[in-house]
Write a protein that binds this ligand. Structure first.
Ligand code: G3H
Ligand code: 13P
Ligand code: ZN
Length: 335
């Protein structure tokens, strides 16, 4: 049986992105797979009064179970209402790879989907993305497309110019497909190892020149940055201190993300940073309390630390803090 996101109290990203564009901030898109991560995201966003995009990969959806996941999102909306807070929540499919997956998410209550055709030829990407947009828009669901391929760990990011989004392609892609937002590649990448730095080397800056050219060609159009975890050294060090081995993990500096958030970048994707916090705290608690075997005793502190990190990111990096209630009140007029 299919269900619309509207019945779940979820919203699309339309109003969020407009406010983010006008106000020079970005909406956080945090990935989750389980209850504790979801609680941290929602509580961290309530604490900082931030709008939020709950982001689910196809792997996460399989892991949690599609039906359970839908009710978890519904539960998050109800939890916010019960607390008296007001923040808008979008449920978004991250890196959808087929029309069928996007349709299945739309039919089970997602209010936003990404169709990632970035590995296809330009023409095939347009074709697949258009098909998803046609179905999604009939259901009043928004779609994120992607142009350009995010560099993988094996690539030399600085040298692989061909991976970056080509600004001359963006107008045709957006007009032909009708997408609502566009993910671009300007030097970010997924995971905890974004750059291979030699001794004393600095992280190379993001390609703001490409971003500016895209903004010039698509004025007022929402841009998305994937692979935007900062891989905070405090958590990498904690993991290594308590038995982990994450040598050379490095992410995107927060000042680069702050600068991006002030531009047409309206959505910033963060997954790895959350994973690192949880792993660091769980390792620490278990190492210090070897007799502990109650999951609440190690997942609870991890959940608290993650909530804190999220609230801080919303305030200091994305700038979305303080905009939740204002956006939700606008949404409620049409809900
Ligand atoms: O961009 C990918 C996200 O970090 C989700 O990763 O497919 O391991 O859930 P996942
Ligand atoms: P990170 O691996 O940098 O957190 O990126 C997450 C992401 O882009 C999800 O789509
Ligand atoms: Zn991504």
């Amino acid at each position: 049986m299919s269900v619309s996101y509207k019945e779940l109290g979820l919203v699309t990203t339309r109003v969020m992105f407009q406010k983010a564009m006008d106000g020079g901030f970005a909406i956080p898109a945090y990935n989750f797979n389980n209850m504790e991560q979801l609680q941290s995201i929602i509580r961290g966003c309530m604490e900082s009064d931030s709008p939020v995009i709950l982001q689910v990969s196809s792997g996460a959806r399989k892991y949690a179970d599609p039906t359970l996941l839908r009710y978890m999102a519904l539960g998050a909306v109800e939890m916010v209402k019960a607390s008296g807070a007001k923040i808008p929540i979008t449920l978004h499919l991250d890196h959808g790879d087929t029309f069928e997956l996007c349709k299945s998410c739309i039919d089970s209550g997602f209010s936003s989907v990404m169709i990632d055709g970035s590995h296809l030829s330009f023409e095939e990407n347009i074709q697949l993305t258009s098909k998803v947009v046609e179905y999604a828009h009939k259901c009043d669901v928004v779609v994120e497309g992607e142009l350009g391929v995010l560099a993988g760990i094996e690539d030399n990011v600085a040298a692989e110019k061909s991976h970056y989004t080509q600004p001359e392609e963006v107008e045709e892609f957006v007009t032909q497909t009708g997408v609502d937002s566009l993910a671009i590649s300007i030097g970010t990448s997924h995971g905890a190892y974004k750059f291979k730095l030699k001794e004393g080397e600095q992280v190379p800056p993001l390609r703001f020149d490409i971003l500016e050219e895209i903004e010039r060609r698509l004025p007022g159009f929402p841009i998305v940055l994937h692979g935007s975890s900062s891989v905070l050294p405090v958590y990498v060090d904690m993991i290594n201190q308590y038995g982990g081995r994450l040598e050379g993990a490095v992410g995107i500096p927060e000042d680069q993300l702050r600068k991006a958030a002030k531009s047409a970048v309206c959505k910033i994707n963060i997954d790895s940073d959350g994973r690192l916090v949880v792993t660091a705290v769980v390792r620490k608690v278990l190492a210090e309390n070897p007799k502990e075997f109650d999951p609440r005793k190690y997942l609870g502190p991890a959940r608290e630390e993650l909530q804190e990190m999220i609230a801080r990111k919303n305030k200091d990096v994305l700038g979305s803090a303080g905009h939740g209630r204002e956006i939700m009140e606008e949404e409620e007029i049409v809900l």
